[in-house]
Design a binder for this molecule. Structure first.
Ligand code: CP
Ligand code: NVA
Length: 294
């Protein structure tokens, strides 16, 4: 059997993604020592709070152990290739997770790894996050299949994984973004009729079961002033939330920039489930790790 990498939601079929989600739900209620004696190496090229802690604690709850590495402290930082690094780490650990600036580095690691590789965020996507988001949605609102989700703001790496999820899990995704920060046309074509694009946040959130946003300036992006200016009309505030379904939830992968993409009133308001969502990173990681190493 080939190595079970978790690189992107569009790389896995719907049955596999549902299997991972079910494992997460089960392991949330009752963690078992499924990964006793197993080792995970985590490579960080960018900062992290949730991804780092949730993976480390998930490994421990499943009976395994994690080694946390930063590229600056590794020979990767001095030019050792991702391919060679993957071959070396494959001799020590049972799985790897990487957070990196470039999707190509993730692919190079996976191509040369004899053990599963997990995408802990790249410039393209953030699939682990969306597994936690769907877990959170289903706890709050029931099955996501057939539901409507609105994304408001920059169509960034997190939005890309939402687009993949809409196609795979079968829900409608309405994205409101400025023209220059809209999803890639190839991705739009891939997603098909599940995806609707607009420039108007009010149109995107109308009747939505969940409203989602993210930072206006992702890690490593240089054009902060221009982005903040272009995205100012896309703030999620109480007036915008009032246009969604009366039971709509608010999701944000965090970290949030309060007063920019979301107001305090929404973050701390009754529709916000952002801290349940953050907790669910832990349980989603357990589902992902259990699948990769099963
Ligand atoms: N949402 C998320 O990935 O958070 P961290 O950057 O803290 O890992
Ligand atoms: N889009 C954000 C997500 C952070 C978890 C970034 O890439 O910085």
């Amino acid at each position: 059997m080939s190595v079970k990498h978790f690189l992107d939601l569009d790389a896995l079929d719907a049955a596999t993604l549902n299997d991972i989600l079910e494992r997460a739900k089960t392991l949330k209620v009752e963690p078992k020592p499924l990964l006793a004696g197993r080792e995970l190496a985590m490579i960080f090229e960018k900062p992290s709070t949730r991804t780092r802690v949730s993976f480390e604690v998930a490994m421990r709850q499943l009976g395994g152990h994690a080694v946390v590495l930063t590229t600056g402290d590794m020979q990767l930082g001095r030019g050792e290739t991702y391919g060679d690094t993957a071959q070396v780490l494959s001799r020590y650990v049972d799985a790897m997770m990487i957070r990196t600036s470039s999707h190509g580095k993730l692919q190079a690691l996976a191509e040369h790894s004899a053990v599963p590789v997990i995408n802990g965020l790249t410039d393209r996507s953030h699939p682990c996050q969306i597994m936690a988001d769907i877990l959170t949605f289903e706890e709050q609102r029931g099955p996501i299949q057939g539901a409507r989700v609105a994304w408001v703001g920059d169509a960034n790496n997190v939005a890309t994984s939402w687009i993949h999820a809409a196609e795979r899990f079968g829900f409608d995704l309405h994205i409101a973004s400025p023209k220059d920060l809209a999803p890639d046309p190839t991705l739009v074509a891939w997603a098909g009729s599940r995806l609707k694009l607009t420039r108007d946040p009010a149109e995107a959130v109308a009747g939505a079961d969940a409203v989602v946003t993210d930072t206006w300036v992702s890690m490593g992006q240089q054009d902060a002033d221009a982005r903040v200016q272009a995205l100012a009309p896309y703030q999620v505030n109480e007036a915008l939330m009032a246009r969604a379904d009366k039971d709509a939830i608010f999701l944000h992968c965090l970290p949030a920039h309060r007063g920019q993409e979301v107001t305090d009133a929404v973050m701390d308001g009754p529709r916000s489930v952002v801290f349940d969502e953050a907790e669910n990173r832990l349980h989603a990681q357990k589902g992902i790790l259990a699948w990769c190493l099963s």
